[in-house]
Design a protein around this ligand. Structure first.
Ligand code: HEM
Length: 407
């Protein structure tokens, strides 16, 4: 337990650190990578460049510090981050490294204002936060190793099939190269893929949702080729997977992780709403629901740029045709003439409340939403306006955790 005086110091300095948050974490990463370049094998370089990870880590440390006197209040947030850490292979011995460089960066940026007393208080607080993470992650490591088919760290999988699902999205079917079976998972979970790209000194790790239901002899991931636009560079890993990884090649995977999962129990209708490549976990949930919960009504809504960008359209149409409890609708923000002529075209534009009310049987349903941040902010706002209860709203967005509130 921290002394009351330490808690007081932490809580009174959080606002200051929030103001300097990005400067501190930027400096923190510079220092840490200079001393421990091997950590560049785990961190996402693209997120680093865009400053997204800086923000995520800063926010998490300050959120934790605000609740330092009752850390259990932030346990749900810790668990979500811990899943990511476990999937990446973050270990207890990494925490003191992060702590040391974070404190040094605070001292450096705040200068005189960061007295010895303040630094000592933050050192203690960081120690407590780190302990909470390490404890949760330790349990996750044990669970993932001990479950049937589970494994530790990264395991080699062979690409047995590569299928183009839409203009930007390609699926990879992966089976363990050691001849064993893959571990089970919960629909909505993701795996980490680690690749060594020729010419790059570090390994690169990315998370991809599993896009088919559990219980198959393979894992399927469906990857969008991220082509650069304006200041945004090409997605190094997705381009490598699309262009260089062929059937017969192997990829290193860590065991399934993640908290954005379908709640199997319950009778409530399920509404799956996705934007772009956010449909990958929805495909897993949809397939799993029709296979193991045929009594449950499912509405599948998808927003894509156009028919060309719409993955799994045929598969979802077939599922809806074969299962009367499933209905599926989509909207395109940039439909082509061909799309408009197509029998399965539903709506021009974006997800809007009137449309939701027209196609979703009732707001008393379990809603699962996944897609890029602006898409999610829009859908979240519509569902809140409709009056969907908080406990019925499940969502996941791409990239490091950020706020759902409109900027
Ligand atoms: C991701 C917080 C310690 C490595 C994250 C995220 C948060 C976070 C909020 C984003 C989660 C998401 O994407 O949903 C923290 C806090 C820590 C801590 C509060 C200390 C108490 C560490 C340590 C390491 C580490 C010790 C390893 C050296 C990473 C990596 C990612 C990550 C590699 C993914 C980042 C990316 O892909 O850019 N962490 N973290 N973290 N964390 Fe931590």
């Amino acid at each position: 337990m921290l002394k009351p005086e330490t808690i007081r110091i932490i809580q009174s300095t959080v606002p200051v650190l929030e103001v300097y948050g990005n400067a501190i974490t930027k400096r923190f990463y510079e220092r840490m990578f200079a001393e421990h370049p091997e950590l560049l094998n785990i961190f996402n370089h693209a997120n680093q460049k865009q400053g997204r990870q800086q923000q995520a880590l800063a926010n998490a440390v300050y959120a934790a510090a605000k609740h330092i006197d009752r850390l259990e209040a932030i346990l749900p947030a810790v668990k979500q981050i811990a899943h990511k850490h476990r999937s990446l292979g973050v270990k207890p011995e990494h925490y003191p490294i992060v702590g040391r460089h974070l404190l040094a960066a605070i001292k450096e940026v705040l200068g005189e204002a960061a007295t010895d007393e303040i630094i000592a208080a933050w050192g203690e607080a960081y120690g407590m936060i780190a302990e909470a993470f390490i404890g949760v992650e330790q349990k996750m490591y044990e669970e993932s190793v001990h479950q049937p088919g589970g494994w530790e760290g990264f395991r080699s999988f062979r690409v047995v099939k590569k299928v183009k699902e839409s203009q930007p999205i390609t699926s990879f079917y992966l089976v363990p190269a050691d001849g064993g079976g893959p571990a089970s998972f919960l629909p909505g979970q993701y795996i980490s893929v680690r690749v060594q790209i020729p010419g790059s000194p570090y390994t690169h790790i990315r998370q991809y949702s599993l896009s088919d239901s559990p219980g198959k002899p393979y894992y399927r991931i469906s990857v969008k080729k991220e082509e650069g636009e304006g200041n945004r560079p090409d997605g190094q890993v997705s381009v490598y997977l699309h262009d260089q990884i062929q059937e017969g090649d192997t990829l290193d995977l860590s065991a399934p992780a993640g908290e954005f999962v379908l709640e199997k129990e319950g009778e409530k209708p399920v509404v799956l709403i996705s934007g772009g490549v956010g449909l990958t976990p929805m495909m897993s949930m949809l397939n799993s629901l029709v296979e193991s919960n045929p009594g449950r009504k499912v509405t599948f809504l998808h927003a894509a740029r156009s028919g060309e960008h719409h993955a799994f359209r045929q598969a979802v149409l077939e599922t809806a045709a074969a299962h009367p409890q499933v209905s599926a609708y989509w909207c395109y923000s940039e439909p082509t003439d061909e799309d408009r002529d197509s029998r399965s075209f539903h709506k021009d534009g974006y997800v809007e409340l009137d449309w939701l009310k027209a196609v979703v049987p009732a707001k008393e349903a379990s809603f699962y939403v996944c897609g890029p941040v602006p898409f999610l902010q829009n859908v979240y706002a519509q569902l809140k306006e409709w009056g969907v209860a908080d406990q019925d709203l499940h969502y996941e967005f791409f990239g490091p955790a950020a706020s759902l509130e409109a900027p």
